[in-house]
Design a protein around this ligand. Structure first.
Ligand code: DGJ
Length: 736
């Protein structure tokens, strides 16, 4: 592992666990992309790049070398305006209005470890031996632009992180019109692109399509990473499946508007770029000022999509998430939202805690409606003071009543929002994003606070801190229920208005850093109408996210399966809710709802006090079982076995790192008439060892024994069930 620079050929070789990322300086000036993929040996003699003369429509920068054209050279951080006609990674505008720039190599520095990005979330190392980094400095001397490309390669992963720092080292201001986090030109176009799309209550469905000449773009213009498209794409070799083929993952550690693009040129080169969406973005760099882009995390897998996902899972779980809860089991909770919505009082919440205790639950979360005059979603966001009508004795009293039943107490906030019907808005009507003279478009009767403003941020930090310090709150759900419109800030000058959305994100990250570091013992869960901001940026501050507002077990199979393409299981909140389900009105059995929710951070979100005795017994068993399985589920390796996007069933499994224990979850969504006999091929087991296999909900006397090789290569017999919505958890234990 490490970074080797071969000065004879001016080649940079970044070696990951089993992969290589190679770049080369061409004519000591241009930084070309040579290879990213399977590992090759460290010393080589260059000559890996074929540079061919094309035609006059791909001009050369050197009259003495017509083969050298920026339009055909595979590059690492392409410019705009001086002969490369493909999509650029950045674009600048000078005071004279022109937009042409060209970067050439100036210097580089290789160092152990990884430096953090100022004010932005990013992956990290715990000691310098875990990674090596390189800063490559490129400049455009004519306009005084210095661009530092930073790469980090991790010792134990096939992952390379990239980010860019722009610095104005000249005398005149420069406007960044586009400042993406990386560019890269892959040598062919035989790829499918996979991405995650959806909407509210239907997040992160998997889409896969061939890339063709021209651009394949996914983006958010919503001021949030969004339900619609996740800041992630993968390029897959045509044959790639869960276990085989090459997968190249690109994931952006950012929670705002983004773009990811794969552009195929006429010669079959695929240019990939990703970063802050340049749409309605610009950033003014006065002389001496810098701009830091978010980090992109690039993962290579020669073992298909599953291999790529497991790299992201472990890297994000252990080197992106932070804090005490990073490695700690997450509590089983009861959330009152779907149980009561806004209609609760202290007695009702205490009753939920009382039954929760009986069932073995560990945490009660009081959701929306405890503050201001919030009896519906029409008012009070911003007035973070306890509603004395619902909770006359205040939050400390309620927290201690919940604690007295042995449950921890958690609380919901939506700190980025303000209701027009609130004291906060009445006192500070300019504290929201808005454009003078224009309608302030409401969504869910609320407006977005202007987090680009320090006064707004300080106010929010103070009020949230006051509540968190007022009583033993051990969990916070941080919600955000609309996207940005009329994006403008009352405090920014006209030439900086297009910075508002990114300044908002920087402000949000600052607020989350201040609050989470002031309360290190609190487990924070992010949420945005479910999974509207399920992204790596949020995971840096809050190690888990409410996966979706859709709690229907059938819909959750798709949502959780899609989410697992990038994000670790320990990041996914998953709750059992009532039937008929509140989002899709479907009736599914408690078993299946339990099995789906137990495949994430488990909890309940229904009125426990309405349970029959039989339901209570079933829930007690679910809770006890989850407690046994929790380390395996939350921290084991995850394998997708059967996709809910194809066919009528779904399956996945969790395997402990030492492979001694595993859990298979199988779901029959729809029954089929006279079905074929199905076998499920398992993954990740020790082929040479035997495993005992049994139904996790039944007694382990009915166990069967199979070789790991049999289970993986022949498969586990699946039951033939009549009826829809059936499921089973199989436990596997390796025989010593
Ligand atoms: C949206 C969240 O996703 C729900 O879980 C709930 O907290 C509501 N907001 C409350 O308004």
């Amino acid at each position: 592992m490490g970074i080797i620079y071969d000065s004879a050929t001016q080649t940079f070789h970044l070696q990951g666990k089993s992969s290589s990322y190679i770049m080369q300086l061409i004519k000591s000036k241009y930084l070309a992309h040579v290879h990213w993929g399977r590992q090759v040996r460290g010393s080589h003699s260059g000559g890996l790049l074929a540079i061919r003369r094309r035609c006059s429509f791909s001009p050369s920068t050197d009259p003495n070398d017509l083969a050298l054209s920026l339009d055909t050279l595979p590059q690492e951080f392409p410019s705009y305006g001086s002969s490369d006609f493909r999509v650029p990674a950045y674009q600048v505008q000078m005071v004279n209005g022109t937009t042409v720039s060209e970067l050439t190599y100036e210097s580089h520095r290789i160092y152990q470890g990884k430096q953090q990005l100022e004010g932005l979330p990013a992956t990290y190392t715990e000691n310098d031996g875990e990674a090596e980094s390189i800063d490559i400095v490129m400049t455009d001397q004519q306009i005084g632009l210095k661009v530092t490309l930073t790469y980090t390669v991790f010792r134990d992963y096939d992952a390379v992180t990239r980010s860019v720092r722009f610095e104005n080292v000249g005398d005149h201001s420069i406007k960044l019109l586009r400042a993406l986090s990386f560019g890269m030109d892959l040598p062919h176009a035989e790829f499918d692109m996979l991405h995650l799309s959806g909407t509210w209550a239907r997040e992160r469905h998997i889409e896969r399509r061939p890339i063709v000449t021209g651009g394949s773009v996914i983006e958010s213009r919503r001021g949030a990473s969004s339900h619609s498209l996740n800041p992630f794409i993968a390029l897959l070799s045509k044959q790639a499946d869960e276990e085989h083929g090459e997968a190249y993952g690109f994931s952006l550690v950012y929670s705002g508007s983004f773009i990811a693009q794969a552009e195929v040129d006429p010669y079959g080169t695929t240019r990939v770029v990703m970063g802050i969406n340049p749409f309605d973005f610009s950033w003014l760099l006065e002389s001496g000022q810098c701009f830091q882009t978010p980090e992109a995390v690039l993962v290579y897998s020669a073992e298909g999509i599953g291999g790529m996902s497991r790299t992201y899972h472990k890297l994000y779980r252990t080197r992106l998430c932070r804090g005490e809860f990073r490695d700690q089991s997450r509590p089983i909770l009861i959330n009152n939202w779907e149980a009561t919505y806004f209609n609760f009082n202290a007695d009702k919440i205490e009753e939920l805690a009382e039954v929760g205790k009986e069932l073995g639950l560990e945490l009660l979360v009081l959701d929306d409606g405890w503050f201001g005059k919030r009896d519906n979603d029409k008012s009070s966001l911003g007035d973070w003071f306890v509603d004395q009508n619902k909770l006359p004795k205040g939050m400390p009293d309620l927290a201690s009543r919940v604690n007295s039943h042995g449950l921890e107490f958690g609380l919901w906030f939506e700190p980025e929002m303000v209701s027009p019907d609130s004291n906060l808005y009445r006192s500070h009507p300019d504290w929201c994003l808005h454009v003078p003279g224009r309608r302030r478009t409401e969504a869910r009767q609320q407006l977005v606070l202007d987090y680009s403003r320090q006064d707004v941020r300080d106010y929010i930090v103070t009020v949230i801190t006051d509540i968190l310090a007022s009583c033993p709150i051990s969990y916070v759900k941080w919600d955000m229920n609309r996207n940005m419109t009329e994006i403008g800030s009352a405090l920014l000058p006209s030439e900086r208005q297009r910075e508002t959305a990114h300044r908002y994100m920087l402000g949000l990250y600052e607020v989350m850093e201040r609050i989470t570091s002031a309360f290190p013992k609190v487990l924070f869960e992010s949420c945005s109408g479910g999974g509207g901001r399920f992204d790596p940026g949020m995971l840096y501050y809050m190690p888990q996210t409410w996966t979706s507002d859709n709690t229907d077990a059938v819909e959750r199979l798709k949502i959780q399966y899609g989410t697992s393409i990038v994000y670790p299981i320990s990041a996914m909140g998953a709750h059992v809710s009532a039937v008929p389900n509140h989002q899709v009105h479907r009736n599914t059995p408690l078993d299946m709802r339990g099995h789906a929710a137990m495949s994430g951070n488990f909890g309940y979100e229904l009125d426990l006090t309405a349970f029959t005795e039989a339901d209570k017994e079933a829930v007690k068993r679910q809770v006890a079982l989850y407690k046994e399985l929790r380390p395996l589920i939350q921290f084991g390796e995850f394998y997708r076995l059967s996709s809910p996007f194809q066919g009528v069933d779904a399956a996945w499994m969790f395997v402990s790192e030492d492979r001694k224990e595993a859990l298979v979850a199988y779901f029959q969504v729809l029954a089929q008439p006279n079905p074929s006999l199905k076998k499920l091929r398992l993954k990740g087991l020790e082929a040479s060892k035997n495993y005992c296999v049994y139904d996790a909900d039944a007694s382990d006397e009915a166990m069967e024994f199979f070789g790991g090789d049999q289970l993986m290569h022949i498969g586990l017999h699946l039951p033939i069930w009549k009826g829809d919505f059936r499921s089973r958890l199989y436990r596997l234990r390796m025989e010593e």
